[in-house]
Design a protein around this ligand. Structure first.
Ligand code: ZN
Length: 246
């Protein structure tokens, strides 16, 4: 049941969680789930090209604009639990220190998530090494968080959770394979409104709008449910496991 779920979303940059999981996030919040979002960086160097074209743009002015945009988008999606860790990006790998790792594990143990949404681990985002680094980082943190042997004062070991990977921008080129399709029809307008908050990445609004139509088509075809209009897809870090074939 959606209402019983605790979800942790980890986004490399300021807008990634909106393009790739905004509909699912809004749907889960609407359904009563607890959703926590961690935005690791504002994507100031790597994902703010259009903002840097503005006269007099500085690192600080771009950051403030990205913060305002993503805060507004989060509000539209109904997100109340969101943290901005303000790490440097492009490249992000050097910023993923032991200290940041411990902070992430602490966060996982605080949220005790049933589900983690983050960047795709199975494929490789062909143009965005930060996304690949974050996928690996979050996966490793989840394994440590689930391990009793990883001692962290004041925290409780998590149980094995399900991990799902975002659909990257260059789907086929990144060899992304959808493992799960989620109907987002009831919250699609919210997702579009949230995407429109980001001035620096207009091309992605079109891309993920088209994706939503395509994934809606796949949802109808595979499920047989003709009411599905729009969808999001995720890769599965692990196979489905349970008492029934689903
Ligand atoms: Zn990104």
């Amino acid at each position: 049941m959606i209402q019983d779920k605790r979800v942790l979303v980890v986004s490399a940059h300021a807008a990634d969680y909106v393009w790739r999981s905004g509909g699912t996030i809004a749907k889960y919040i609407k359904g009563g789930a607890q959703v926590h979002v961690v935005v690791l960086s504002f994507g100031i160097r790597g994902e703010s090209n259009d903002l840097w074209k503005q006269e007099g743009a500085t690192y600080e002015s771009v950051k403030q604009e990205r913060l305002a945009e993503t805060t507004r988008a989060a509000e539209i999606l109904g997100i109340s639990q969101i943290e901005f860790w303000d790490l440097p990006d492009y490249p992000m790998a050097p910023a993923l220190t032991e200290e940041v790792r411990e902070r992430m594990i602490r966060k996982m143990r605080q949220v005790q998530p049933d589900i983690i949404l983050t960047h795709d681990r199975n494929g490789s985002d062909i143009l965005n090494p930060d996304h690949n680094e974050v996928a690996r980082f979050v996966f490793e943190c989840s394994i440590q968080s689930n391990s009793n042997g990883y001692r962290l004062e004041g925290t409780k070991t998590t149980k094995q959770m399900r991990l799902f990977g975002f659909e990257p921008h260059q789907t086929e080129l990144s060899k992304f394979v959808p493992g799960t399709l989620i109907d987002i029809s009831e919250v699609y307008e919210q997702k579009v409104a949230a995407m429109e908050c980001f001035k620096a990445q207009k091309h992605l609004i079109r891309y993920y709008t088209e994706r939503a139509h395509l994934r809606g088509n796949h949802l109808r075809r595979i499920s047989g449910n003709q009411t599905y209009q729009y969808g999001e897809s995720f890769s599965n870090f692990f196979p489905a496991a349970g008492e029934e074939l689903i």
